[in-house]
Design a protein. Structure first.
Length: 77
């Protein structure tokens, strides 16, 4: 069975769990930290595919790096 299908089946199974003790056990097996600490940037490494990262870069370049000179003019009445 394909690894992606196996992971999706596990996720579907996890969604059905309602017992905190079971979740605690799974978290400990997977070494998942559940503290309220701020996540480090390393935790997000590799989340996006190259295509997704490229798309985000393009969106930022097209939308966020635009300067409208008129936005700086403040008119007081």
């Amino acid at each position: 069975m394909d690894i992606e299908i196996r992971k999706l089946k596990l996720i579907e199974s996890f969604k059905q769990i309602r017992d905190h003790a079971v979740l605690n056990k799974i978290e400990s097996l997977l070494s998942i930290k559940t503290s309220k600490q701020n996540p480090s940037i390393a935790q997000f490494s590799g989340i996006w595919t190259e295509d997704e990262a490229s798309e985000i870069r393009q969106i930022i370049e097209e939308g966020c790096e635009q300067i409208n000179e008129d936005d700086w003019n403040i008119t007081c009445h």
